[in-house]
Design a binder for this molecule. Structure first.
Ligand SMILES: Nc1ncnc2c1ncn2[C@@H]1O[C@H](COP(=O)(O)OP(=O)(O)O)[C@@H](O)[C@H]1O
Ligand SMILES: Cc1cn([C@H]2C[C@H](O)[C@@H](COP(=O)(O)O)O2)c(=O)[nH]c1=O
Ligand SMILES: [Zn+2]
Length: 194
């Protein structure tokens, strides 16, 4: 079970790095949970740096924004390696939409945690076909803590772990919101998957 570390163990000078992954379907509350953990680290006066992939500009150029419009300032970056260069001497690194980064994110996150930083990532664990969305599986394997959150199935009201794409596109990356995707439980996902 994930237990939030006492903030005073997160100072990078104490060298207690760790990796936390928040995963689940679309609308499951990944970004809300990421913002909550990062805000609490800031309240503890830790130095926090937040990154998102620059392709994801759905809501805002710079902010990480949840579906219910919570937001926190972030730095958009193109490559995972940019995070290593920009994290500097911070204590806590937050990364949203981790599924959109290249596989180099795996090494980057490991290096940051080995430097003593607390690294918190949020991302989709499965794509629109219900297949693992790399590099999330590798990050989940390396993490000290994995939190899987669930949305509500838009067809039957059960807990939802799948993201149903409403269009017929088979491209892996199709940015979108409620007009393009619906959270579904396994049964309702399989019934309507293209
Ligand atoms: N099907 C749904 N299930 C649960 N929450 C939903 C759903 N559709 C919209 N929401 C809203 O989305 C919010 C979660 O948004 P967010 O943290 O951005 O999710 P994620 O990052 O996992 O896509 C919820 O608090 C709720 O207001
Ligand atoms: C399932 C799936 C989703 N996407 C896109 C759609 C959204 O822009 C993001 C996920 O955002 P959220 O914060 O988790 O709601 O990813 C995609 O490109 N490919 C997919 O298979
Ligand atoms: Zn359902």
């Amino acid at each position: 079970m994930f237990v939030e570390p006492s903030p005073n163990t997160n100072k990078s000078s104490d060298k207690k790095g760790q990796i936390e992954v928040i995963c689940g379907s679309m609308f499951s509350g990944k970004t809300e949970e990421l913002i909550r953990r990062l805000n609490r680290a800031r309240i503890a006066r830790l130095k926090v740096e937040i990154f998102k992939p620059s392709i994801d500009k759905r809501y805002h150029e710079h902010d990480v924004v949840s579906h219910n419009e919570n937001s926190i300032r972030s730095t958009p970056v193109q490559f995972a390696g940019d995070i290593l260069l920009l994290a500097g001497d911070c204590d806590v690194v937050g990364i949203d939409e981790a599924q959109f980064f290249d596989l180099d994110l795996i090494n980057v996150v490991q290096k940051l945690a080995n430097q003593g930083k607390r690294v918190i990532l949020a991302g989709l664990d499965m794509d629109f076909e219900g297949k693992p969305f790399e590099p999330m599986p590798q990050l989940m394997a390396m993490a000290e803590y994995v939190t899987k959150v669930h949305a509500i199935c838009m067809k039957c009201g059960s807990l939802a772990a799948f993201s149903l794409r409403l269009s017929s596109s088979m491209d892996k990356v199709v940015l979108g919101e409620k007009e393009a995707y619906e959270a579904r439980c396994r049964k309702c996902f399989l019934e309507d998957k293209k």
